[in-house]
Design a protein. Structure first.
Length: 312
């Protein structure tokens, strides 16, 4: 190697095997790869986080609190699963009031039949797969404290609020057990809802429930026989976008279409949120592509729901 000084600049001259000389200036910067552009999504709010590290990869509209529709049921399920000594095999008798509530509020339903005795575990499946507001009502009524249904459901909603407060989620609050918000005071932000879901994923039962495309179970029926409940998950990313492991859909007149999603490929799991996104499933696929460095959203074909399964 021969070092030359020319006009105060230093350069390295390398003799190649071919006898050619290559001069490289130390002032030359290495070529940088172009930064991957962040995806454009339809959602008013969006978020993407590395589940393991908590690193945030994408954020949109995070400064605005928004109604969250049935994604509220993530908090419902987490509250149930973290009750000390919870018996998942406890049977809950389905009351007519739960069915009347669905009719009155035009809520999504697991079509629970009056008088049937359904376990807490089964109610969690009806809650998270079919987004059953009747299942949410049954859980809140059975597990809240008080002498009346009103007191018990209010108690359960209080438990939900204590849970998010304990996680430091200051922009999330509930005035309902299912997302049907009577006062419009069930709200969150994309980051809060993502952090809530990340915490919920620490529970193995939660993870096992939300990744199922279908669930079938039997319960003692009111007539003394046995009834079979069969629910399909309204999250059509399951079975459509490779690696999807959950989580929850939601739609409301003010909230719009919402989705909490998660996918695992290799050692990486990403979790995220779309709030008020008319193209929520494709939005989620774009965000996960951004994390995984893939391009699957362009060819995404969503799983077709069974005729009896209404989207939520």
């Amino acid at each position: 190697m021969i070092l030359n000084n020319t006009r105060g600049r230093r350069a390295a001259t390398v003799v190649l095997a071919s006898g050619l000389l290559l001069t490289v200036s130390p002032l030359s910067a290495p070529v940088q790869a172009a930064a991957k552009p962040k995806p454009s999504i339809s959602g008013a709010g969006g978020y993407l986080m590395d589940l393991d590290t908590g690193k945030v990869l994408y954020s949109k509209g995070n400064g605005t609190r928004r109604e969250m529709a049935s994604t509220t049921k993530i908090a419902t399920a987490l509250t149930v699963l973290t009750i000390k000594g919870i018996d998942l095999d406890r049977k809950v008798t389905i009351k007519q009031e739960y069915r009347d509530y669905i009719v009155r509020e035009k809520g999504s339903t697991a079509d629970l039949k009056t008088g049937d005795r359904v376990t807490v575990r089964q109610l969690l499946h009806g809650l998270m797969l079919r987004s059953g507001c009747d299942a949410a009502y049954a859980l809140a009524d059975a597990l809240g404290k008080g002498s009346t249904r009103s007191e018990r459901t209010k108690s359960f909603i209080g438990m939900m609020n204590k849970k998010v407060a304990s996680l430091g989620l200051k922009d999330t609050k509930f005035d309902s057990f299912d997302g049907i918000s009577p006062g419009g005071k069930t709200y969150t932000t994309p980051s809060d809802l993502t952090k809530l879901t990340r915490h919920a994923f620490k529970n193995k039962i939660f993870r096992a429930v939300v990744k199922k495309k279908f669930y079938t179970g039997k319960a003692p029926a009111a007539n003394g026989g046995t009834r079979t409940y069969s629910w399909e998950n309204s999250n059509t990313l399951l079975g459509s976008y490779r690696g999807t492991v959950g989580v929850k859909t939601g739609t409301g007149s003010k909230a719009g279409p919402c989705l909490v999603f998660a996918a695992t490929r290799g050692s990486k799991t990403y979790v995220g949120v779309i709030l008020n996104g008319k193209d929520r499933f494709n939005d989620a696929a774009k965000l996960m592509d951004y994390g995984f460095g893939s391009n699957d959203a362009k060819s995404l074909k969503l799983r077709t729901l069974r005729p009896e399964t209404s989207p939520n």
